[in-house]
Design a binder for this molecule. Structure first.
Ligand code: ADP
Ligand code: ZN
Length: 655
């Protein structure tokens, strides 16, 4: 995307480079000049008298206005004074020493005596010396250095070249501007899925294109809308598409751009942004991650130091109130945490509309693939349906990434077209990280990992609500040593039974290790972390334990909860309940594993041999999953295409 950054570096920059050039020439001059003078140095007045007495001196030039004498040494005497240097530099051109003199009268008197005594018979010349360029340069050099340093620093602080003229532009907005009328502008066509969000913003496009239609009826054009959704769901893309559809300029910046170390900078950037925007109205301002400035104010006096952010937010509110309702500037902001935003931002006349973007579901993923596969040369075996099914939980950005990664993988193998396998590898890679072919495991470690992963696989096979298994591997990938992949159900609420089964399956790795190796290992740390978090969530937030039934200690409004909203006694109770819950699921897991011990061992053995096993292998060992339904589907898929997809439960080993 060509972004038309209308801020060119200002003339000041050129001036500065000239300045540096002159500086370097000057410096070079000084250095070279010194090198050229054959032999020179300084001498004290005492040395001076000594040299004159010994008859080394051929000529004197006295600078009366500087109280300084240049003493020229006879070439054959130079070796007594300069030693080796005199011998190396043959032939000698006028070796010379500079002497500072206290009183010219004393000097004259001394010279008269020396002449009378026959020690000195050279020429004495009086001159006036003006300051040479060198002197001037030497004198101003420190100041120049300081100024240069200051300019350099202020440029850095001001955001470098993008900010233009350094410290003076620190208060300028850092927005990037996409001008109207660009050929490659983003339109709704480029945004796949998100149908509701598109309908909502279509109205904004209408406002921008045809404000009169609304104002004539006495309606007010909205000032802002908040795009709410997880990262990568296309919030920026949608905002750009609105600008593209309406063909108006688009200012894009991130909430964190307002935040600087200088007091008052944020507020002045906001002012500058709105000034620029009003000049270009109708237009769209897009503020990404608005929570960086828009967090609720003043909840937490103890932390202090947030005044700057609050000033910025206040300025933003003022500006939003300030411009006339129908000035044609519409602000779109993106966040994935509406709950922490300051309520003032959400009031009528500000961001009074909220547009939700969700992770794409199966059909939407198909559409997103459709958009991103357009420019890729596909082989015939690529099936969008299958790709969409392989990628539950992926955001639009993840899918864009899969497509790109697949093309790169195909190119790496010198293929003419991108094949299905390339996409599947790309999915694996994005879910799991790179395969670590170099990570060498000992036979013992491999066995432990196989038992561990087989533990997950066995339990999830026999637990009714555990996510259906897709594949189990013990190929190290990224930081994971092994992984069991599931097809997570796309559900909006989760029942207690589902959570318990999930927990039990997650604990299956550690349980299998304990039962069948006799040791427990750090390989289960990641599992335990998840289980512990989940248990606390169930008990303290979801009110799912008997002793603390229907109590939720989570507050969606207090961001800095310094005080726990419960007594110490309750805290103790929560801890106990968590422990009991986990212990209970652990025991349940162990029992189930012992019931299916033989199958588990076969599974582990198969893993050691093959490193990757699929759901169908598990089915061959255990028979049909008792709670088939959805796993049927998966088996179907995995038969038609040997390599399978998606998400979760990696066993990481912390360093
Ligand atoms: P967000 O701002 O929500 O974090 P972006 O808009 O920056 O996400 O999305 C990043 C990239 O992901 C986009 O440039 C686009 O390539 C891709 N993308 C995300 N959502 C979609 C979508 N719904 N349709 C097509 N591409 C999408
Ligand atoms: Zn595990």
């Amino acid at each position: 995307m060509a972004d038309n950054n209308d801020k060119k570096p200002k003339g000041g920059f050129k001036g500065i480079s000239w300045f540096y050039i002159i500086l370097f020439i000057g410096l070079g001059y000084i250095l070279l000049k010194d090198d050229n003078t054959s032999l020179s140095g300084t001498a004290t007045y005492t040395e001076f008298k000594d040299y004159v007495d010994k008859g080394y001196v051929s000529e004197l030039v006295i600078y009366s206005n500087m109280n300084s004498v240049d003493m020229y040494i006879k070439p054959d005497s130079a070796k007594y004074i300069f030693g080796d240097r005199a011998l190396q530099q043959q032939p000698l051109t006028k070796p010379m020493l500079t002497v500072g003199v206290g009183s010219l009268d004393n000097l004259q008197e001394y010279l008269d005596n020396a002449e009378a005594e026959g020690k000195f018979n050279g020429q004495v010349e009086y001159r006036k010396r003006s300051h040479t360029i060198t002197d001037i340069l030497i004198n101003i050099f420190p100041f120049v250095l300081i100024i240069a340093l200051w300019i350099f620093m202020s440029k850095r602080l001001g955001g470098g070249a993008a900010g233009g003229g350094g410290v003076f532009s620190v208060g300028k907005s850092k927005a990037r501007i996409y001008e109207k009328g660009q050929a490659d502008r983003v339109t709704f066509k480029d945004v796949a899925g998100q149908a509701e969000a598109k309908t909502e913003v279509e109205e904004i496009v209408e406002f921008l294109k045809n404000p009169k239609k609304y104002t004539d009826l006495g309606g007010k054009i909205p000032k802002g809308a908040l795009l709410v959704g997880p990262p990568g769901t296309g919030k920026t893309l949608l905002a750009k598409a609105v600008a593209g559809e309406a063909d108006v300029p688009f200012f894009s910046l991130s909430g964190s751009d307002f935040v600087e170390m200088f007091v008052g900078v944020g507020a002045s950037r906001v002012r500058d942004l709105f000034r620029q925007a009003k000049e270009k109205a109708p237009c769209i301002i897009f503020i990404d991650e608005i929570d960086a400035v828009g967090r609720a104010r003043g909840k937490n006096p103890a932390m202090g130091g947030n005044d700057e952010r609050e000033n910025t937010l206040n300025q933003l509110l003022t500006e939003m109130d300030g411009f006339g309702t129908n000035s044609g500037v519409i602000i779109l902001a993106a966040t994935n945490r509406v709950d922490i935003l300051d309520k003032a931002l959400l009031r009528a006349g500000r961001f009074d509309r909220q547009i939700h973007l969700d992770l794409p579901d199966l059909n939407e993923r198909k559409e997103v693939f459709g958009v991103h596969l357009k420019n890729i040369k596909l082989s015939k075996d690529v099936d969008i349906d299958l790709l969409a099914r392989q990628t539950p939980g992926f955001s639009g950005a993840d899918i864009a990434n899969v497509c790109n990664e697949a093309a790169l993988i195909a190119a790496r193998h010198n293929k003419k077209k991108v094949e299905k396998d390339d996409f599947l590898s790309a999915v694996d890679r994005i879910v799991g990280g790179l395969e670590k072919k170099t990570k060498v495991l000992t036979a013992d470690e491999k066995r432990t990992i196989a038992l561990h992963e087989a533990g997950h696989a066995t339990l999830s096979w026999f637990l009714e609500y555990a996510n259906p298994l897709i594949k189990v591997t013990i190929v190290p990938r990224g930081r994971a040593l092994g992984a069991a992949w599931y097809l997570p159900e796309e559900r909006q609420i989760t029942t207690k039974e589902q959570m318990l089964d999930e927990m039990c399956a997650t604990l299956g790795g550690r349980a299998a290790e304990e039962l069948f190796t006799g040791h427990i290992s750090t390989g289960a740390m990641n599992d335990l972390e998840r289980v512990t978090k989940q248990a606390y969530g169930m008990i303290a937030y979801a009110g799912m334990s008997d002793k603390l039934a229907n109590l939720c200690y989570y507050s969606s409004t207090d961001e800095y909860a310094f005080q726990k909203p419960y007594s110490d006694k309750t805290a103790q109770l929560i801890d106990e309940e968590v422990k009991a819950l986990i212990a209970q699921q652990y025991e349940r897991g162990k029992k189930l594993l012992l019931e299916h011990e033989e199958g588990h061992h076969q599974l582990a053995q198969l893993l050691i041999e093959r490193e990757v096993i699929m759901a169908e292998d598990v089915e061959r060992i255990f028979g049909k999953r008792p709670w088939a339904s959805r796993s049927e589907e998966i088996l179907e898929d995995s038969k038609s295409s040997e390599n399978k997809p998606v998400t979760e439960n990696k066993d990481r080993v912390e360093p």
